[in-house]
Every structure is written in structure tokens, then in C-alpha cells.
Write a protein that binds this ligand. Structure first.
Ligand SMILES: [Zn+2]
Length: 487
């Protein structure tokens, strides 16, 4: 929010000293937009692009480039999204799973991160930042700009959306603190019973039937997808709310770095893959379920495309964009009709990277190539072979690239490099600078994960993680399925 053009302008007038290069003209660099989209998969996108059903992705790819983004195991969201926002390995940044190890077992929070995130580095460089809904960004850290945090997971929404919590908001959800007053009305609108329901019902057909009142009642054949639907809806409400917050904040002031996270493509893949590609599964899927639900993954991608369109609309003409997914997805748990997840990514299939904006070469989608890598399945290590667009870089390269675009040096201890290959021949995208050694020195010490409100985490774990299939029992089962199924 706080821009410092005067100071930068002044520094440009000063002679460069110490024999170094002149200060980059950072004030004139294009604003950077980083849009995180969890679990975007090229295999889903390519046919939709061909049919013209993702017009905003299409436009972005046409004026820039789309390719594969290498990722790593474990592909747990807090781990990979923290890597994306730091350039650091999990061992370096300290976020190793959804929750820290037992006995505490609390979901990781931003204070537990051991290295600065890109929003810290950018703030130190006196450039402004706006971050909405990023993983492990609660409590909102003090930055040169604004953070609207997400606690532990988007799906925390289920806990947030209890009326009492809504009225009070969550402590430290925003930086600056009083930003919460601008955000609260949008959080209220995003409640599961709120007006966003209409938008959801228009996009995703309503699943028939009603919940059983007692265990003695006959099992409704629609119960299984209906339970998935109740959580999928939460994902939609979370994303739509974050979009509304992001738009509201952009309307106030575009920051030098603007970042937002959406989770729906991933949740869609986890829940609806068995209906999307029923032939991939070794058990029978009722045809009427396929008829109603086969379109859901595509519809989620179309929703994501419309969100991208709204962000492009809100962004200045000269903005540079990075659309990043933490991994791809595919059919999974092919022998287990009871498994909540029929799409998954534990073998770390490549994600999507799309870059566009001034100085970025227009190459379109890179040609599909064979990706071969070794992945751990439970106790086994196996070779994975799949087709995906050519590799542009890895999740480790995102933060170094953002920094380079902003004229801020990356650090030698980051595990990636700026993606210089994105540039056209003439442009260097920014002022390539030699890396500093590290940004971690002098960063505040990491402390144990915190609980924002009494009882919140118990609610969270019980109600959401189990359903998503992220609980330990589900993870062990998934590992066994993988070993048996050999998919
Ligand atoms: Zn996932």
C-alpha cells in the first residue's frame, strides 16, 4: 500500500558508488501478478483450450508461454506453496506437512517458517506487496503493504463460517490490522449460507437427495458424491471470497507484487476424477452419477478461467503475470470406491506455469514431451513416465523469478534460479543482478505453530482433513492402494 517512489527517485539521482552498477529503475518496472492455482493439470486444460472454453488462459498463453513446472514430493499444499513463496526446500523453510509432528501436531503457521517469504523480501527492498489467501500466511506478517492471510487451509472456511467466528473475524488475519474491517463484509458474503451459493449452484448442478437422518435409514446412492459436494462448495466459497478481496484491494491500490491463491482445481480433481474418466477405474461407477458429475472438473477450470479474467481486468495494462500450479493431477486409488479421493498427485506430476507480460517472449504452449522421474509410493520407489508440455522450470524458481522481475536480487541459498529463458531476445525482464548470499540471516527466529482460537484446530482436523482424505489413516490407506494398485 505504501509506495516509496520519492525515496527511489532520490536514490536514482545519487551516483552509483563502490564501482557497482547503477541502481535499477525499480519504480518503472511493471507490477507483478502471481496467481496460484492449486493442482492445475495440462491434460485437463489442453482439450478445454482447444474448444475455446478457457478464453482468459488462452489469451495469457498466446501473449506469453505455457509449460510444465517441475515439483517434488511430498506435494502437500502447505509445503509446496511455501517453497513457491520462498525458493527454499522444505528442510530450509521448515514447513514439512499440513501439521507439525506429534505430540503438538498443530497446523503450520507463518511464524513457524524459518526463512523470509517473498512478501518479506520485497518489503525489505521497500517495494509494496498485496497477498491474499496464500498458504501458511496466518498470522499476517508486517509487510510494506497488505496481507489477507489464510489460516492453515482455505478450507478453514468451514471453521470460519461458523456465525460466531464470522462476526468477530480472526485475530491477525490481516496486515495492517484495521484492514479486517474492509475484509469482514466479504467474509460474511462468502459464508456457506450466503449469496455465493447461487453462483455455485449455477456452475455446478445440484446433487439430488437428502442426508440420512439416522444410520437406520437406507443409504441414499447419492450420499457419497453429496458429501464430497459439501466440501467442494466450501472450496468454491473460499476462492470466490479471496477473489472478491483481491479485487477490492486492487481497486484501492495495485502493489508492486500482487499475489493470490485459489484451490478449486485441486479439490475438483480429488473429488470428481472418477466421474471425469470413469474408464480409468476398476470399479463400477453408476452411470447417472457420471452423467451429472462428469463435467465438474471442466466447470471448475472454467470458473478459474473467469477469475483470471477478472484479475486481468483489474490489473494495469503493463502487468507481468505468473500463473503457477504446485503440481498436476491424475486418476488415483483406482481400486477403492470408498476412497474420498479419486484424483491425486502424490507422485508429484508436473504443474502448470504460464508467464506473460512486457519482455516475455510469446511462444504459446510448449510442445508435449515425455517426463520421466522417480517417485516414492508408500515404501516403494518407482519410475513415472507421463506426457506434459516441456519443462519451463521448477517450483523453486518462482520466487527468484519474481524477484528478478522486480529488480531485486535473488539469494544464492534459494534452491532455484530466475527463469531468464522467458525473456525475449531484446529484453532482460529486469535488471539482472548478482544474487545475495541469503535473506535468512537476521530474519526473526521461527517459533512453534500457533492456534488462532481455542478449539479451532480440533474442529478443523475433525471436519475437514478427514473428509479430504488427508488424515493419517487415509494417507496410509492411499499408500497401500498405490502399492497394490500399481497405478
Ligand atoms: Zn491436492
Amino acid at each position: 500500500m505504501q509506495r516509496i517512489p520519492a525515496i527511489l527517485a532520490l536514490s536514482l539521482l545519487l551516483p552509483a558508488c563502490g564501482g557497482g552498477e547503477a541502481e535499477p529503475e525499480t519504480a518503472q518496472l511493471p507490477p507483478v501478478f502471481v496467481i496460484g492455482m492449486d493442482g492445475l493439470e495440462w491434460d485437463v486444460m489442453l482439450p478445454l483450450l482447444k474448444e475455446g472454453r478457457l478464453p482468459h488462459f488462452q489469451a495469457m498463453i498466446e501473449r506469453g508461454v505455457g509449460g510444465g513446472l517441475e515439483t517434488f514430493q511430498p506435494t502437500f499444499s502447505p509445503v509446496v506453496w511455501t517453497t513457491i513463496a520462498t525458493g527454499a526446500t522444505p528442510q530450509q523453510h521448515g514447513v514439512l506437512n499440513f501439521s507439525e509432528p506429534k505430540p503438538n501436531g498443530l497446523p503450520y503457521t507463518s511464524n513457524a517458517r524459518k526463512v523470509p517469504a517473498v512478501w518479506n523480501i520485497v518489503s525489505e527492498a521497500e517495494r509494496s506487496v498485496l497477498s491474499v489467501g496464500w498458504w501458511v500466511s496466518w498470522p499476517a506478517e508486517p509487510v510494506n503493504g497488505r496481507i489477507v492471510a489464510s489460516y492453515a487451509a482455505q478450507a478453514q472456511g468451514q471453521v470460519f463460517w461458523k456465525a460466531g467466528v464470522w462476526e468477530e473475524g480472526l485475530p491477525e488475519l490481516t496486515y495492517p490490522e484495521d484492514l479486517i474491517y474492509d475484509v469482514l463484509p466479504l467474509l460474511e458474503k462468502g459464508a456457506p449460507t450466503g449469496p455465493l451459493r447461487t453462483g455455485y449452484d449455477a456452475l455446478f448442478e445440484v446433487i439430488p437427495g437428502e442426508a440420512r437422518l439416522s444410520p437406520q435409514d437406507p443409504v441414499d446412492p447419492w450420499e457419497f458424491p453429496r458429501v464430497r459436494d459439501s466440501f467442494f462448495r466450501i472450496g468454491y466459497h473460499g476462492d470466490a471470497t479471496h477473489l472478491a478481496i483481491f479485487e477490492q484491494e486492487l481497486a484501492k491500490d495495485v502493489a508492486d507484487l500482487n499475489m493470490v491463491y485459489f484451490g478449486l482445481p485441486d479439490v475438483a480433481g480429488h473429488f470428481w476424477w472418477r466421474y471425469y474418466q470413469p474408464d480409468e477405474f476398476e470399479y463400477a461407477i453408476p452411470q447417472e452419477h457420471v452423467d451429472l458429475l462428469q463435467k465438474r472438473i471442466d466447470a471448475a477450470y472454467e470458473a478459474a478461467d473467469s477469475w483470471l479474467g477478472r484479475i486481468v481486468e483489474a490489473a494495469p495494462e503493463n502487468a507481468r503475470f505468473l500463473i503457477v500450479s504446485d503440481h498436476g493431477m491424475h486418476a488415483a486409488n483406482r481400486r477403492n470406491p470408498q476412497h474420498p479421493q479419486s484424483g491425486a498427485h502424490e507422485d508429484a506430476p508436473p504443474g502448470v506455469l504460464i508467464a506473460a507480460g512486457p519482455g516475455i517472449a510469446a511462444r504459446g504452449i510448449l510442445p508435449e514431451v515425455e517426463w520421466r522421474y522417480s517417485a516414492q509410493f508408500g515404501r516403494q520407489r518407482r519410475e513415472v513416465v507421463l506426457q506434459a508440455p516441456e519443462r519451463i522450470g521448477s517450483v523453486f524458481d518462482v520466487t527468484p523469478t519474481i524477484l528478478q522481475w522486480m529488480g531485486i536480487p535473488h539469494a544464492a541459498d534459494m534452491n532455484g534460479e530466475p527463469l531468464v529463458g522467458l525473456a525475449t531476445g531484446e529484453a532482460t525482464l529486469a535488471t539482472a543482478q548478482p544474487p545475495v548470499g541469503t535473506y535468512a540471516t537476521g530474519f526473526r527466529p521461527a517459533t512453534a505453530p500457533r492456534v488462532p482460537k481455542d478449539g479451532l484446530n480440533e474442529d478443523f482436523e475433525r471436519s475437514f482433513l478427514d473428509q479430504l482424505g488427508y488424515s493419517e489413516a487415509a494417507e496410509e490407506q492411499a499408500a497401500r492402494d498405490q502399492e497394490e494398485g500399481g497405478d
